[in-house]
Design a binder for this molecule. Structure first.
Ligand code: F6R
Length: 233
């Protein structure tokens, strides 16, 4: 798999450092103008390292992968809130974008977001992987042709992500997400997967067969993927 470079690290902290180094290299080379960001626990140490670093994003436009439907940016579990807390309030960017999960017309919101992505092609896209192999909120069965769209989250994703919601909060079961084709258009994909729970998904990727049942395997068709993991496969 010449298109996939795997970097094995000892810990997620070391993985986060590695990601910062890769980003720094691209910034210094003048290759990073548009950066696609992800949320979730995998990315927390990455944003921590980034905020501690000298990396300068003032000329970089950021796009996030996904957002829940029906919770506002002020809700502590929205991805807009996560990004502000962990990164944007500490590191200024030229512009930041995330889908509006409160939009009245969600289909129009998807079109708006996808148009913005087309106007600002992604240089790098960060990706985490769901335990069920999802990338962004593209759950098993998602078409490779998909662009930004509305999704119903699977039982697996709801079970994993409900840990962030308290008992009196209802977790959204729908979201807006960049599609597989929106993601695949990025020039470079940096994929982070830490911990045993991600082993089945990474094993599927390295089996080398593209299947809609494991959206992560779509990455096999991308020309430039870097996988950073603490798993020895
Ligand atoms: C987040 C996202 C998701 C996560 C994935 C892994 O924006 O798009 O695909 O990357 O669910 O989540 P964590 O990192 O919490 O294991």
């Amino acid at each position: 798999m010449e298109n996939i470079q795997t970097i094995v690290v000892d810990s997620k902290e070391q993985g986060a450092e590695k990601i910062c180094e890769l980003v720094q290299k691209e910034l210094e080379a003048g290759h990073l103008h548009v950066l696609g960001l992800a949320t979730g626990s995998t990315m927390e140490p990455v944003y921590e390292k980034m905020t501690e670093s000298d990396l300068d994003f003032t000329n970089v436009i950021a796009f996030n992968l996904d957002e829940y439907i029906g919770i506002p940016a002020t809700h502590k579990n929205s991805y807009a809130y996560y990004m502000n807390e962990l990164l944007f309030s500490k590191k200024p960017f030229k512009e930041t974008h995330i889908e509006n999960g409160m939009a009245e017309d969600l289909d129009a919101e998807c079109v708006r977001y996808e148009t913005l992505l087309k106007e600002n092609p992604l240089d790098i896209q960060f990706l985490g992987i769901g335990e069920n192999g999802h990338i962004a909120f593209n759950e098993p069965g998602t078409s490779p042709e998909s662009v930004t769209h509305v999704v119903e989250l699977t039982e697996s994703t709801i079970a994993v992500n409900s840990q962030y919601f308290t008992e009196d909060e209802t977790m959204p079961v729908t979201a807006l997400t960049m599609g597989i084709s929106s993601i695949m258009q990025a020039k470079k994909l940096i994929v982070a997967a830490f911990g045993e729970k991600k082993r089945p998904a990474l094993e599927k990727l390295f089996e080398g067969v593209v299947t809609t049942e494991w959206p992560v395997t779509y990455l096999l068709d991308h020309p430039d993927v870097i996988v950073i993991t603490d798993l020895k496969l």
